[in-house]
Write a protein that binds this ligand. Structure first.
Ligand code: PLP
Length: 450
């Protein structure tokens, strides 16, 4: 740790002054905050010198791993040359422009434009407004309502948290705002009942059609979903789900929005989740893996159909952020994407480490407490259960998940628990040995004599 920050009483300072996101502050202050001070590859170290394998890549974002000097150098170069200029009112900067070219080159061929933001939440707020502007411009101003999903996650701003379907977020601050409706999630394990996954996938997708009928097609702007729900517990939809969703959006003239904030930039073994599922969304919010979290930057990929109207018919789009396309963040993102390209990390996830992780992670499904062990690429979940055959859930899912998570942490592995689902999303540079180490610690955390 550099001398600049050498203070022995950080936990006390933190308790006195720092309000943390998504944290019970009373409990956090009593337990003491963990202070993370260093990272290298897939490992992080805390202020006690304890090493952890970060099976969660920070917050689903450190795709290229920690300690990439190339990114630090690119950031320093840009800082020295031009630390800030905006992209408003007819100006841009070199990194912002080059990043727009680079990021669109990897998305589906119908994506040739991007609008930059500072985060994934801002990205979701951005398309929400852009969709209304689009429908007004093409003479359908009544198309305003967005249909989203229960347990979806689209950020913490007022619009982002409203688009999201997290009840515990809606309960704080009187959300969702008007104009947002939620339908079911494709969570077969928990909600599929007697249906096969394929039948359930179609059934839950058709809730979209029923909702459009209820609201009136002329009032519906868009449907938004994560290709694979992340924060909800890595809910991997049955194979029948996305084709049916795409069919409905197209036939009912509803914009399709794939929130790629987690799935983008290689996590599923394709550059983007929409490519993995073979669908063509109209908007794709991005963030996280765009810069591997080295600096905050997000954006919205905008399809040619929408961009054409924005460019040729709307005139001023009165929206933007001081840090839209921030040159230093864009320089970090450009270098991050260069690393992903040069080290063929997307191909590595698709052809090598992703299948290996799938095999090792999938084998954890043999444990008595694990009802399903599923993954796509390097995004996986273990569903805990008291009885595999009947898919019975624990009475106190949050407590069980927290117990396993804390066991893993004590043994040097960071995992996330969403209720009784244990989530993994390691950096894309993880090696086979490190995947084995994850599985070994998970077994210990489950308390198994394997
Ligand atoms: N969308 C998805 C799918 C996310 O997982 C997240 C964050 O986890 C967001 C949006 C919000 O991104 P941010 O936290 O950068 O605002």
């Amino acid at each position: 740790m550099s001398d600049t920050y050498a203070r022995s009483n950080l936990a006390a300072i933190d308790a006195a002054h720092h309000l943390h996101p998504f944290s019970d502050m009373g409990k956090l202050n009593a337990d003491g905050t963990r202070i993370i001070q260093r990272g290298e590859g897939v490992y992080i170290w805390d202020s006690q010198g304890k090493r952890y394998l970060d099976g969660f890549a920070g917050l689903w974002c450190v795709n290229v791993g920690y300690g990439r000097k190339e990114i630090a150098d690119a950031v320093a170069r840009q800082m020295n040359e031009l630390p800030y200029y905006n992209t408003f009112f007819g100006t841009t900067t070199t990194p912002a422009t080059l990043l727009a070219e680079k990021v669109t080159s990897h998305a589906g061929p119908h994506f040739n434009h991007v609008f930059f933001t500072g985060s994934g939440s801002e990205a979701n707020d951005t398309w929400f407004r852009m969709a209304r502007v689009y429908w007004s411009a093409v003479g359908k101003p009544s198309k305003k309502i967005v249909i989203a999903r229960k347990n979806g996650y689209h950020g913490s701003t007022v619009a982002g948290a409203s688009l999201g379907g997290m009840k515990y977020m809606h309960e704080q601050g009187d959300l969702p705002i008007p104009g947002i409706e939620h339908i079911g999630q494709p969570y077969w394990y928990g909600e599929g009942g007697e249906l096969s996954p394929a039948e359930f996938g179609v059934k839950v997708a058709r809730e979209l059609e029923a909702k459009i009928d209820e609201l009136g097609e002329e009032n519906v702007s868009a449907f938004v979903a994560e290709p694979i729900q992340g924060a909800a517990g890595v809910i991997i939809p049955p194979a029948t789900y996305w084709p049916e969703i795409a069919r409905i959006c197209k036939s009912r003239n509803i914009l399709l929005v794939c929130d790629e904030v987690i799935c983008g930039f290689g996590r599923l073994g394709e550059w983007f989740g929409h490519q993995y599922y073979g669908v063509e969304p109209d908007f794709a919010p991005i963030a996280k893996g765009l810069s591997s979290g080295y600096l905050p930057i997000g954006g919205v990929l905008v399809s040619d159909r929408i961009a054409h109207v924005l460019i040729n018919e709307v005139g001023d789009f009165n929206h933007g952020f001081t840090y839209s396309g921030h040159p230093v963040c864009a320089a970090a993102a450009l270098e991050n994407l260069r690393i992903i390209e040069d080290e063929k990390l997307v191909e590595r996830v698709r052809d090598d480490i992703g299948p290996y992780f799938g095999k090792v992670w999938g084998a954890l499904g043999e444990h008595d407490l694990v009802g399903e062990a599923v993954s796509v690429g390097l995004m996986g979940a273990l569903q805990l259960t008291t009885d595999k055959a009947s898919r019975t859930r624990f009475e106190k899912p949050d407590a069980v998940g927290a117990l396993v998570r804390n066991n893993a942490l004590a043994n040097g592995l960071v995992l996330r628990a969403t209720g009784d689902r244990m989530l993994a999303s390691p950096p894309l540079v993880i090696t086979r040995e490190e995947v084995d180490e994850m599985a070994r610690i998970v077994k210990i955390a489950l308390g198994a004599a394997w």
